[in-house]
Design a protein around this ligand. Structure first.
Ligand SMILES: C[S@@+](CC[C@H](N)C(=O)[O-])C[C@H]1O[C@@H](n2cnc3c(N)ncnc32)[C@H](O)[C@@H]1O
Length: 240
C-alpha cells in the first residue's frame, strides 16, 4: 500500500534506517504475545488527545505488545501516525537470575528477544507503522535530539530503577511536542519509578494523572484529564 510505504519513508528515512521488515520471515516458533499492562486505557486517551499525532516513541518495547496495541488504536482511529520502537532487546536489571534470563531466549548467553518482537509485529500485520530502533534509551535520546525529531506521544517503559527512570523522563521530555503527552509505565507499581515520575512532574511543573500502573504527563500546562470513573467514559480531557 502506497500509504504504508510513505509511513516507512517517514521516521525510518529520517533516521536512515531503511525498512528492516523488508524480507524478514516470521519465525512461527518465536511468536509470543506476552507483555505487561500493554492495553492500558491511557494509550487510547493519549492518542486521542495529543492533537492528530504523527509520531509515537516507545522506550521499552520487549516483545512488542504495547506497540502492537498502539498500532491497533492508530489504525482504528484512522490516524496517519507511526511508532518508533526503542529498546536494546537485552532486558533490564531484573534479568540477572537463571529463571528470568531464559525469558530473553539467550543464544550462547546473548539475548535474541528481537526475533520475537519482529515475528510478533510482522505476524500481527503492523510492520507498516512500527519502526524498531535497537539502541539504549540514553543514546537514542541524544541521536533523536540531534536530528530534531519530535513526538506527540511518548511511552516510557524501560528501567524500573529510580535514577534511570528519572533520566529517561528528562531525556524524552525534550522530544515531546508542545501538545504531546508522556505516558509513564509502572507508576504506582515500582516505588523507584513512582518517585521519579512525581519528582519529574514537579520539576516541569505539570500535574500528573495517575491510574493503576501508568501515569499521563501532558506537555501543555493547560491540558488536563477528568479522572473520575463514569462507566465507560473514563479519563476525559478537561481543559483548564
Ligand atoms: C517492561 S519491558 C517493556 C514492556 C512492553 N512495553 C510491553 O508492554 O510489553 C522493558 C523493556 O525495556 C528495555 N530496556 C531496559 N533498559 C533499557 C535501556 N536503558 N535502553 C533501552 N531499552 C531498555 C528492556 O530490554 C525491556 O525490553
Amino acid at each position: 500500500m502506497a500509504q504504508d510505504q510513505d509511513h516507512k519513508q517517514g521516521i525510518a528515512a529520517k533516521l536512515g534506517l531503511g525498512d528492516v521488515f523488508d524480507g524478514f520471515k516470521v519465525i512461527k516458533s518465536r511468536i509470543d504475545m506476552q507483555g505487561w499492562n500493554s492495553t492500558h486505557q491511557f494509550f487510547d486517551v493519549a492518542l486521542k488527545f495529543a492533537h492528530e499525532p504523527k509520531l509515537v516513541i516507545e522506550l521499552g518495547v520487549w516483545k512488542g505488545m504495547s506497540c502492537i496495541h498502539m498500532a491497533e488504536v492508530i489504525k482504528a482511529k484512522g490516524l496517519d501516525c507511526e511508532i518508533l520502537a526503542i529498546d536494546t532487546w537485552l532486558g533490564s536489571s531484573a534479568h540477572l537470575s537463571a529463571a528470568r534470563r531464559d525469558e530473553l531466549s539467550p543464544d550462547h548467553g546473548y539475548p535474541t528477544l528481537y526475533k520475537t518482537f519482529m515475528s510478533n509485529v510482522k505476524s500481527a500485520g503492523h510492520d507498516d507503522v512500527i519502526v524498531p530502533l535497537p539502541m539504549d534509551g540514553n543514546s537514542a535520546a541524544y541521536a533523536l535530539k540531534r536530528l530534531k525529531v519530535k513526538a506527540d506521544v511518548i511511552h516510557i517503559d524501560a528501567s524500573h530503577e529510580y535514577e534511570s527512570a528519572l533520566a529517561d523522563f528528562r531525556n524524552y521530555w525534550e522530544l515531546l511536542n508542545p501538545n504531546g503527552i508522556m505516558i509513564m509505565d509502572d507508576y504506582g507499581n515500582f516505588p523507584g519509578v513512582t518517585r521519579a515520575a512525581c519528582q519529574f512532574a514537579a520539576e516541569v511543573d505539570r500535574p500528573l494523572f495517575g491510574s493503576h500502573g501508568k501515569a499521563l504527563l501532558p506537555k501543555n500546562a493547560n491540558m488536563s484529564f477528568d479522572m473520575r470513573f463514569k462507566g465507560k467514559k473514563r479519563y476525559n480531557r478537561k481543559d483548564v
